[in-house]
Design a protein around this ligand. Sequence first.
Ligand code: PMP
Length: 439
Amino acid sequence: MGRSEELLKELDEYLMTNLYPTHKIVVREARDIYVYDVDGNAYLDFMTVVTTALLGHNPPGLADAIAETAKRLIAGNGYNWYTEELLNAAKAVLSLFPDKNLYNKVHFKLSGSEGIELALKIAKRYTKNTYIMYLMGGYHGRTYLTGSYHGMRRREYGPLPPGTLIAPFPYPYRCPFGDMPPEECGKAAVETIEYYINYVAIKDVCCLVTEPIQGVGGIVVPPMDFFERLKKVLDTYGILLIFDEVQSGMGRTGTTWAFEQFNVKPDIVVAAKGMTGGLPASAVVTRKEITSAMQLNDEHSTFGASAIIMAAVKATVDYYNMHKEELLSNAKKMGEYAMKRLMELYDKHPLIGDVRGLGLMIGIELVKNRKTKEPATKETSDICLNRALKRGVLFVTSGWNGNVIRFAPPLTVKQEHIDKAIEVLDKSLGEIEKEENIK
Ligand code: PMP
């Protein structure tokens, strides 16, 4: 029995392993796109810790920055005293936002969920309105408030918290208004949102929170003019637009922020994952006018913004800024290459219903039948947790039906890695189609 097998047995005994569908590997270390288990097996990482290892695992400078800080200061947060690391991280994060009129203040929290909750509180204070709107299929975390939004377990943990509304999201492959061109679907969604504002919330809405591209919801890219249209309506009613760029931020889509590609400037941006190098942090970024509505003691967190975390954020953002041009151009080039290769798989494999994405945030939606679009949930999970894993590639599922494979390698990915991932998908899809007679 290998070390992995022994440990897996023990893990099953002591942990609540029924709470999450995990890859059955025990990881010892990771570098760039490679993850190694305790037996020394190497895996190509196309899930990057749900897009966190954006610059590859352990980019140069990160471990040293953490170790150097840890030797001096471990306990402490960014709210009972200040540190130079906190200031440096704030400057680094704000350097990612060239428009200083709109984005000049930042506050750090520990996780994406907490960052979103803070953004909601800011919107309530600033507008003095109460309703929060979010869009179907969006994902903003697993705290009680953010977790209730996304609807995944609403039946079990419901009802929705009072004062929250869910409006339709224009999902081009499955438009909630019926079969229509994506732009029409986007228009219908904006009209419905305006209807909700007027007749359901009676204009008492503080914010609309949305991902630019739904990540956990299945890498769903809305029509490119959707947010521009939406922002116009929200501005009419004084409603803040909060962009959750926790997954899409810092280059993942080929631009530093996904919002740049949608020709819109949100009022509040929440970033996390990629900018942290892997340590727990999120950044809520907005302008002074909005954040000054908050009051003393509105916020605190025992572990938040500690010196070690802040040093990691600075090291990660510095590395990104230093190599930005290469990283973004690689994200675009490799994203296009991956899309081309995936379209070849689409032509060959009837299990693939749709391929979509921006930059290196790509989704492959699997269906049992292209006409009925019946989700191939079991098959998607089987590929990610068994067939691809066995062949040395890590993929994770997404989508409300669990039928979308996320294709999200680090920005440093090379063509040969993409070729290997495509080969593994090709074989895995072919096997299932044969076994289940899917034509
Ligand atoms: N927003 C988005 C878009 C996310 O993808 C996630 C995590 N997958 C979160 C928020 C929540 O982040 P966390 O798990 O750090 O609370």
